[in-house]
Design a protein around this ligand. Structure first.
Ligand SMILES: [Mn+2]
Length: 281
């Protein structure tokens, strides 16, 4: 059984469906082996909402161009979203950089799904939020698309080169070059990148007169206040298996699929949704 083929049929049927005012999901990457479509399907089955925002990188066109990968569960996710739209959920699809081919349809509606470059969401308590995938604020992607492509395979290449490189260094009497040191440096840079990305998006939203921003792109679920501006990120369905949700009163929170699975039936009746990093404002 593959990692994404877990059997969810034995789940307790008492697990109630939760209703939120809004749900944001992003970075599903349908069309790649990494996509946890079964988990997302399970999440969508147990969560209803008035608004459902698909915040980009839903289908991974970059990977599909390289090699075709499409499973039944990937179809099921698409069908489930279309069904929600038919049944009255307002579905807004904001394409990201991996599904940029859908951007040419921005402004149009298909099957009850509104395709937009970005959207404005007004919460139940009146906050105006900018909803955008976020890659347009990512310097690397914006200015050098080939560099972003390169990133995918760079790590593999480094690992391959490291052995040969160090063999040469040894022959030349040079000390071993540490890959782990290099990667530690890279991780530090990644942390810097994330905080920079968050700041840039919050600044942009503030500049445009919004109370906050909701985005995806960096696969890091988050909800917090950045200098008085709300920053929300719905995460992804490759690693974190997360979504952003808005309760009936306008409270925003991050929910994780893993928490959904671990919900004990005994504690279920009228239990508040699993909330993490709840933003007070
Ligand atoms: Mn992206």
């Amino acid at each position: 059984m593959q990692r994404d083929e877990i059997d969810l049929r034995d789940r307790d049927p008492a697990l109630k469906h939760r209703r939120f005012r809004s749900i944001w999901i992003s970075d599903v990457h349908l069309g790649t082996p990494g996509c946890r479509a079964d988990h997302l399907l399970d999440f969508l089955r147990h969560h209803e909402s008035d608004y459902l925002y698909l915040v980009g990188d839903i289908v991974d066109g970059w990977q599909l161009k390289k090699s075709w990968y499409w499973k039944q569960s990937h179809n099921d996710v698409v069908q489930k979203v279309l069904r929600k739209a038919r049944k009255g959920t307002r579905v807004i699809y904001i394409p990201g950089n991996h599904d940029e081919m859908a951007r040419q349809f921005a402004g149009l509606d298909f099957g009850g799904i509104a395709i937009r470059m970005q959207a404005e969401h007004i919460t139940a308590d009146g906050k105006r939020l900018l909803v955008t995938h976020g890659d347009e604020f990512d310097g690397v992607i914006q200015y050098a698309k080939w560099l972003a492509y390169l990133g995918d395979s760079l790590y593999t290449l480094i690992l391959q080169l490291n052995r040969g490189y160090n063999w040469c260094r040894m022959k030349l009497g040079l000390p071993y070059w540490s890959l782990s040191q290099y990667l530690k440096h890279k991780v530090k840079n990644a942390v810097n990148f994330i905080s920079q990305f968050e700041k840039i998006l919050a600044d942009k939203a503030r500049h445009l007169g919004y109370d906050g921003v909701i985005c995806g792109h960096i696969h890091k679920p988050e909800i917090r206040d950045l200098d008085g501006t709300l920053y929300g990120n719905s995460g992804d369905w490759v690693e974190s298996l997360s979504a952003l949700v808005e309760s009936a009163d306008g409270t925003l929170s991050v929910v994780y699929w893993t928490h959904l699975l671990s919900d004990a039936p005994a504690s279920l009746p009228e239990q508040e949704p699993v909330q993490e990093n709840v933003c007070a404002s």
